[in-house]
Design a protein around this ligand. Structure first.
Ligand code: ACO
Length: 429
């Protein structure tokens, strides 16, 4: 990055400082404010709305134009022409694999799909009705306890094997989580299946019956995974980076990402969409519900996005997939789906939403697709975590390899009491 352009900041006391302006490959320029500390000042930017916390070469988003690229490739092309494991390779290594690399990568991931038998015992400590994300946070974090031989984060070979382990084992743990609360036996991975077929097999098969994956449904889940694989510095990814900046191991970092993803404003949104639809209950109540949204009593879940102020490009792909899946399963007349489509149409025409640039986001449709695939609502965010694991790992790996890496340490604008002296108990009012 060349620092030719300068922004000059002048304070009301006459002091001034020159700050370099940096340009990336795409996207807005950024002002490098690191020299500000020379003035003994910081910037104030709650929720990091105007702050680039790192430089990255993985994912690019232009929210106004509705563009999302992984390593330069538009998401629409990847969703149409690639598959999830190839996208994982791309995110992790920066380039699409050639034929030999692709086979080798699949082989490496496949070798790691089983979990240590001891790990299965962790599940028994959870209540059967625990939220699957609570179980995921615990069990994925527990992976840290199994690989003492390869937790040197400064060793690239250790980082690679940890990345492969996470990519391979998170689907197995996700499926075990589902089996645990439904009371069915765990299904061991079957490595003759593709990555996505295997995930469906471990979730839906039982030892009692043959399981034959439906290719159209596999493709739909594959798309969900591709679309959710990375999304630059969102809340969960920033959490993984911040945890990782302290030198914490990748399993612990990914577990922190899962915890951040759980919230309804982030990965919990598709679950919240389905809950909302169930609460509305019937198409005849949609108009009333929309009145409540506009009166700001509650939000229309699955609409709006912090970054996309135009149609989320992932939502476009997911919308198509949604219609394909509903057709394949002959679910077009299912009341929940009818209601979702009614809501979508009303919101797209309504001034309240148009004015505020609120469009359906990817989770509005992914929730509908996941439900149609037979995945229960409380597993939706778990599937999101399966998809995002590769994004977290790639971002973590990039951060550790960055020569400018330092422990993350945001500052604050302190608004509390000024210095005061301790008051003895008998003198307090
Ligand atoms: N329903 C109704 N009104 C909304 C919604 C919504 N879903 N989202 C935003 N608004 C309104 C706000 O009330 C506000 O109105 P005002 O200007 O009259 O005060 C305006 O739009 C701007 O809202 P902000 O909260 O400033 O928008 P922000 O960009 O911070 O929020 C967010 C983004 C959190 C995603 C929000 O749109 C939301 O809560 N959506 C519903 C939850 C959801 O679907 N999250 C998924 C995100 S995608 C993902 O994580 C993969």
């Amino acid at each position: 990055m060349e620092n030719k352009r300068i922004a000059t900041l002048t304070l009301d006391d006459g002091r001034s400082i020159e700050l370099p302006i940096l340009s990336g490959t795409l996207g807005p320029d950024v002002i490098d404010i690191r020299a500000l500390s020379k003035l003994g000042m910081f910037t104030y930017d709650p929720a990091f709305l105007s702050t680039a916390s790192c430089s990255s070469s993985i994912t690019f988003i232009d929210g106004d134009a509705g563009q999302l690229y992984y390593r330069g490739y538009p998401i629409e092309q990847l969703a149409e022409r690639s598959n999830f494991l190839e996208v994982c390779y791309l995110l992790l290594h920066g380039e699409l694999p050639n034929a030999a690399q692709k086979v080798e990568f699949k082989g490496k991931v496949t070798q790691h799909t089983m979990v240590h038998d001891q790990l299965a015992r962790f599940f028994n400590g959870f209540r059967r009705d625990a939220h699957p994300m609570a179980v995921m946070v615990g069990v994925v974090g527990a992976l840290s306890a199994f690989y003492h031989d390869s937790l040197d984060i400064n060793n690239p070979a250790h980082r690679e094997i940890s990345a492969l382990r996470l990519l391979a084992k998170v689907p197995t743990i996700a499926a075990m989580t589902y089996k645990y609360y439904t009371g069915f036996p765990f299904m061991y991975p079957k490595n003759s299946f593709s990555y996505v077929e295997n995930l469906m097999y471990m979730m839906f098969a039982t030892p009692a019956e043959e399981y034959v994956p439906n290719p159209k449904l596999v493709r739909a889940l594959e798309r969900i995974l591709i679309l959710h694989a990375d999304h630059e510095q969102n809340a969960s990814t920033s959490t993984v980076r911040l945890a990782g900046s302290s030198g914490a191991n990748p399993f612990a970092c990914v577990s922190s990402g899962i915890a951040a993803l759980w919230g309804p404003a982030h990965g919990g949104a598709n679950e919240a969409v389905l809950k909302m639809l169930e609460e509305i209950g019937d198409v005849s109540r949609v108009a009333d519900f929309m009145k409540g949204v506009k009166d700001k009593k509650y939000r229309l879940m699955g609409f709006g996005h912090r970054v996309y102020k135009n149609m989320d490009p992932r939502a476009k792909v997911m919308r198509e997939t949604c219609y394909e899946v509903l057709q394949e399963l002959k679910l077009e007349n299912d009341p929940i789906f009818k209601m979702a489509l009614e809501l979508e149409q009303i919101a797209l025409r309504d001034e309240y939403f148009i004015e505020r640039k609120l469009y359906p986001n990817v989770d509005f449709y992914s929730g509908i697709v996941l439900r149609a695939l037979g995945i229960p609502t409380n597993m939706f965010t778990v599937i999101f975590a399966v998809a995002r694991t590769i994004g977290w790992v790639s971002q973590w790996n990039e951060m550790i390899s960055d020569s400018e890496r330092k422990i993350g340490r945001p500052r604050q604008l302190y608004q509390g009491a000024a210095k005061r002296d301790y008051v003895a108990l008998e003198q307090r009012k």
